[in-house]
Design a protein around this ligand. Structure first.
Ligand code: SF4
Ligand code: SF4
Ligand code: SF4
Length: 265
């Protein structure tokens, strides 16, 4: 129930590591100003007070991985005006979606001494596959500044807008040496959306795609580039599936590479 005239905000967790929620707490310099603008009504990671919904804005971290998750997300949607999914887990199913290509019973048997007590779904899926999502915030973890932009937009009644272009543009802006061109390192930058400030290329490492695909990725050309750089079929598949592999562009391309007939020379 609402107890303040300020917009109420909830932060809710599904299957995840909590890293995206921690970005709220990492916004130390802005947190007090934010607290003046919104009522943090439900955020168990940060405070013990729990005001019941409905809320104005609900941030959802994590993927839907259990039958209970699948039921709970319907209630979360019904109890909020805006629902924002945050992070790779919530927007794509996350790293745990690697199990979508495997047999969940094998995992249960290998990992747990008493697998009969484990209640889980055979897939890990994004929030948008279950309920309507108003906005998706990408990254593993999400970027603090993008998070604050979204909060400010929503509480002022504006639709949030974040860039959907490729990370390569950020590299160019920062004057970074391209690790793909200069060192023939596989880098997912050409198909990954900007938002992190090109963290990995700035330390001489290829991007592994944690911010998800750009709006219109050229997957075929990118897959050819990976193969030209000497990656085997299995390595290409692993690169494309690692962080956001269950999303359509990554999924379709990695499946196509995996299922392609082997050419004998
Ligand atoms: S997206 Fe990454 S940082 Fe965020 S909850 Fe999932 S694993 Fe953690
Ligand atoms: S390092 Fe990666 S992200 Fe940067 S320009 Fe090269 S390919 Fe693009
Ligand atoms: S460079 Fe790529 S992998 Fe590294 S933080 Fe940015 S989006 Fe994530």
């Amino acid at each position: 129930m609402k107890t303040s005239s300020k917009p109420s905000v909830a932060v809710i967790k599904f299957a995840s590591c909590d890293g995206c929620q921690l970005q709220f707490l990492n916004a130390e310099d802005e947190l007090l100003a934010l607290a003046q603008l919104v009522d943090l009504a439900y955020f168990p990671e940060a405070r013990s007070r729990e005001v019941r919904g409905p809320y104005d804005v609900t941030f959802v971290e994590g993927s839907v991985s259990t039958p209970d998750d699948a039921r709970r997300i319907v209630g979360v949607r019904a109890a909020t005006r805006w629902l924002v999914s945050i992070g790779a887990c919530a927007t794509s199913g996350g790293i745990q979606a690697l199990r979508n290509w495997a047999n969940i019973e094998d995992y249960k048997r290998i990992v747990y001494p008493s697998p009969e007590f484990i209640s889980t779904l055979s897939t890990s899926t994004p929030i948008a596959e279950h309920v309507r999502v108003d906005f998706e915030l990408w990254g593993c973890p999400i970027d603090k500044d993008q998070l604050l932009t979204v909060v400010r937009s929503l509480i002022s009644g504006a639709a949030p807008v974040l860039p959907g272009h490729a990370l390569c543009l950020e590299c160019k802006r920062r004057g970074l040496t391209c690790v793909s061109v200069a060192a023939a390192q596989p880098c997912l930058g050409p198909i990954t959306r900007t938002g992190c400030g090109a963290v990995c290329p700035s330390v001489g490492r290829g991007c592994y795609g944690c911010f998800g695909p750009v709006d219109d990725p050229n997957m075929n050309a990118f897959a050819e580039l990976l193969e030209r750089q000497g990656l085997s079929r299995d390595e290409c598949v692993r690169r494309l599936r690692l962080m956001n592999g269950y999303l359509r562009p990554m999924r379709d391309t990695s499946d196509a590479i995996e299922n392609r007939p082997v050419t004998k020379h």
